[in-house]
Ligand binder design. Structure first.
Ligand code: ZN
Length: 141
């Protein structure tokens, strides 16, 4: 039996614009059939107030945005650490949008004094206003 016929089936992932080859590598195996762990990235649509996850191999790169499967608007890649608020929690989604518009895509931010200390993202809108000011040098432009 050849190695390729023994390869397990890919999990179905809706990443159409990537083409077949990448689609296949997204099953978590590289061209040689070796396992490579994919990263689970959260994408969020600020219009629908909804987030969904997609797996990517970092070596292949991941898109900064995809189309929301529900409304087709951009859904932004908020990375591995984003925890979406409930759909009904309008206040929290406003805060998410505010952070995003100021260049905070839920990327990790480390304390300057202690580079191992991860700065927590703000829980409230008031906190977010202070946060974007305090850490503006980390903002994605
Ligand atoms: Zn949407």
């Amino acid at each position: 039996m050849s190695a390729s016929s023994r390869r397990p089936k890919c999990r179905s992932l809706r990443v159409q614009h990537f083409g077949r080859r990448l689609k296949h590598t997204l099953c978590g195996r590289n061209e040689g059939g070796n396992l490579v762990a994919p990263y689970n990235m959260s994408f969020a649509c600020l219009d629908c107030r909804k987030s969904f996850k997609r797996e990517f191999l970092l070596s292949m790169g991941c898109p900064k945005q995809m189309s929301c499967p529900d409304c087709g608007s951009p859904a932004y890649n908020f990375g591995r650490h984003f925890k979406a608020p409930k759909k009904t929690d309008i206040k929290q989604w406003k805060k998410v949008r505010f952070l995003f518009e100021h260049g905070f895509w839920f990327q990790r931010i480390y304390d300057k004094a202690n580079r191992y200390q991860i700065i927590e993202y703000p829980k409230t809108m008031e906190g977010a206003r202070e946060f974007v000011e305090a850490y503006k040098e980390y903002a994605i432009k």
